[in-house]
Design a protein around this ligand. Structure first.
Ligand SMILES: *[C@@H]1O[C@H](CO)[C@@H](O)[C@H](O)[C@H]1NC(C)=O
Ligand SMILES: *[C@@H]1O[C@H](CO)[C@@H](O)[C@H](O)[C@H]1NC(C)=O
Ligand SMILES: *[C@@H]1O[C@H](CO)[C@@H](O)[C@H](O)[C@H]1NC(C)=O
Ligand SMILES: *[C@@H]1O[C@H](CO)[C@@H](O)[C@H](O)[C@H]1NC(C)=O
Ligand SMILES: *[C@@H]1O[C@H](CO)[C@@H](O)[C@H](O)[C@H]1NC(C)=O
Length: 589
């Protein structure tokens, strides 16, 4: 349809042309020819038939002038008063002649009676560009693989324009595109269509859909156009390998992590779609059997979990290589390495081992003498494996580190078996983990006796009073000494120290039981003859060398009234049987 503002101007020109043309026709042929543009408004005058056919306008009515349209349609009529041919109904060329390039005519006869005259009239309907090109569908969908090489063509459905000649589709335009262009082709029937041409290869991962606008333009003036969207769906090919977020992973995990603990969740992504991006995970050949036995790799999720016990002390670094493979036809794969570092837990008790221990030792052992060698160890690492060795305080020993993890127990103070005969020494080894773990071992150090104590008498001086006339063999006293040493060092022997005075041996007068120190008188004393004795008794142990001590024993003979007074002559004195103590006194009763 024509736009209203154009109509009057354009129509006048066509009409003028038509009249001029018809004069020529009228002279040369019996068919009168007119040309009008299609779509003229109802009532528009096309020509004055009276004038053109040289008829008297006054007689037209009387002669019953009429118009006979061969194709029936009542498009036109003639005014019997004026002879004007005018439009009754709009003429659509495309409707009248359908789509054809040949000329479109409306043929009719003008009939007059009295006398009968018939004039043939041909009315050519000229095409107006009243139709825009139109695509059959608003959207053209194309699936193009990203593997398609450049230069490939794809035919696009053409646009149709019911107008003819230059008013029909003349060319096509494609919206700006990096990847596509079009080439306009002319069909055998002269129709125009466009081929879509790939000028740059596609990458679905970059752009999966390309939205293009195809415009068909006709050759009318002004040109009219119609558009269709061309939607190119780029179909995937497996052109991307799965990739991991990182090439190398380093993961730390505590030893003794329970079975099933998640170590790392690998995630390889594949830019392709569908099965081309479905990834399965597997260990590469590089990954050792041991590693594969210790860690489980879920082939579909990429989760690595603990499968076997982790023990830092056995194995602390696991290296693995994981391959992600997609499920595309020509599957592609990517890989990454994972290093799993097992972290130490303070799970090992420190250990101590007594390498040597001397027991018993002599109590007089020298200071700084090594009693024991102890080694310590802890399989943990870091502070968990640093150990300290202790012994209880207040012991006459100290620990001295001799070399790495070896300690010597040495004597730090003099020992005395008589005070402490043995020591229970508890070695405690403690690590510095948190919480710390410890171990202990107790050793008993026995001290051997050394004859380092002299026998001790309770008193240093004994005064023993003995009644004269005592029975021979009477027990006078028991002089026991004490020796804190042991065994033979304690085993005492008592004897009277001979003090020879005036050639008299005390052992003639007294006797001491060497085993228990019981002192006996060997004879009956007579106060009138001897009044006191002074001698020493020694106690001697059986050590080697023996130690001894002595005490002074003072025997006092106590007088009894056993004598009648007598006169004694001096000759009686120093004769007679036996000997008399040197220090015997004769006192007058
Ligand atoms: C990743 O590990 C490989 C060997 O497994 C090594 O060649 C590469 O240098 C590592 N890359 C990085 C970034 O550490
Ligand atoms: C893997 O990574 C992609 C992209 O970063 C993300 O969309 C996806 O959810 C991740 N998958 C898992 C299981 O974490
Ligand atoms: C020695 O270890 C035992 C357990 O092995 C513990 O009961 C004891 O208390 C420890 N002794 C010391 C002195 O640490
Ligand atoms: C002591 O007596 C002995 C004999 O019993 C004698 O041989 C000795 O000479 C005497 N000694 C003195 C100092 O009298
Ligand atoms: C008796 O002991 C003292 C020391 O206590 C000593 O000096 C003296 O020599 C000893 N006497 C004898 C006869 O051994």
């Amino acid at each position: 349809m024509m736009r209203p503002d154009l109509t009057m101007q354009a129509r006048k020109r066509y009409v003028a042309f038509a009249i001029f043309f018809s004069f020529i026709n009228h002279v040369t042929a019996s068919v009168t020819h007119y040309s009008i543009p299609e779509e003229m408004k109802e009532g528009s005058v096309i020509a004055n038939l009276a004038t053109d056919l040289s008829l008297d306008v006054k007689t037209l009515n009387q002669r019953k002038m009429r118009l006979d349209l061969i194709a029936n349609n009542k498009y036109l009529d003639v005014n019997k008063e004026t002879g004007e041919l005018y439009v009754v109904e709009k003429i659509d060329r495309e409707y009248l002649c359908t789509k054809t390039l040949t000329l479109c005519y409306l043929k009719m006869e003008v009939i007059l009676e009295n006398p009968l005259r018939i004039f043939n009239i041909e009315l050519e309907i000229l095409d107006m560009n009243d139709n825009a090109p139109q695509f059959r569908r608003d959207a053209i969908h194309l699936d193009i693989s990203e593997a398609t090489s450049k230069g490939e063509r794809f035919s696009l459905s053409n646009a149709v324009d019911p107008d003819v000649g230059s008013n029909s589709v003349k060319t096509y335009h494609l919206s700006e595109s990096e990847h596509f262009t079009i080439e306009v082709q002319t069909g055998r029937d002269g129709s125009k269509f466009a081929d879509l041409i790939l000028k740059k290869t596609l990458d679905r991962e970059q752009q999966a859909v390309h939205n293009l606008i195809l415009t068909a333009v006709d050759g009318g003036t002004p040109a009219r156009s119609g558009t269709a969207s061309v939607i190119v769906h780029v179909s995937d090919t497996n052109d991307n390998a799965p990739t991991f977020e990182k090439l190398n992973y380093s993961v730390e995990i505590m030893e003794n992590s329970p079975i099933g603990s998640l170590v790392v969740h690998l995630n390889a992504t594949d830019l392709d779609e569908g099965s081309n991006s479905d990834v399965t995970y597997s260990y590469s050949l590089y990954t050792s059997e041991k590693t594969q036995e210790t860690f489980n790799l879920n082939p579909s999720t990429g989760e690595i979990t603990v499968k076997g016990m982790l023990n830092y002390e056995d194995f602390r670094i696991y290296d693995m290589e994981v391959i992600a493979t997609d499920k595309g036809a020509n599957s592609l794969s990517g890989q990454c390495t994972i290093q799993i570092l097992v972290e130490d837990m303070n799970d090992n008790h420190p250990e101590l081992s007594i390498k040597s221990f001397q027991s018993p030792v002599n109590e007089n052992i020298e200071l700084d003498t090594v009693i024991a060698v102890v080694s310590v160890s802890d399989k943990d690492s870091g502070n968990n494996g640093v150990v300290d060795l202790h012994i209880p305080d207040n012991m006459p020993f100290k620990l001295r580190e001799s070399s790495d993890n070896y300690y010597e127990l040495v004597v730090s103070e003099p020992l005395d078996r008589e005070k402490v005969p043995e020591y229970d020494i508890t070695f405690t080894v403690t690590d510095r983990g948190s919480p710390p773990l410890s171990d202990n071992e107790t050793m008993t150090l026995e001290l051997l006796d050394v004859n380092d104590n002299v026998p001790q008498f309770p008193q240093s001086f004994y005064t023993i009073r003995v009644m004269e006339n005592n029975a021979p063999g009477a027990l006078l006293s028991s002089l026991t000494a004490f020796d804190p040493d042991l065994h033979e060092n304690q085993y005492l022997v008592y004897f009277i120290l001979e003090k020879e005075i005036a050639n008299t041996s005390m052992s003639m007068l007294f006797s001491i039981n060497p085993e228990n120190g019981n002192l006996y008188a060997l004879k009956t004393f007579d106060y009138e003859i001897e009044k006191e004795f002074l001698f020493h008794i020694e106690a001697r142990d059986s050590g080697s060398p023996p130690l001894s001590s002595n005490v002074t024993v003072h025997i006092i003979i106590v007088d009894q009234n056993d004598n009648a007074p007598v006169i004694v002559s001096p000759s009686d004195c120093c004769s007679g049987e036996g000997t008399f103590p040197y220090f015997s006194f004769f006192l007058p009763s």
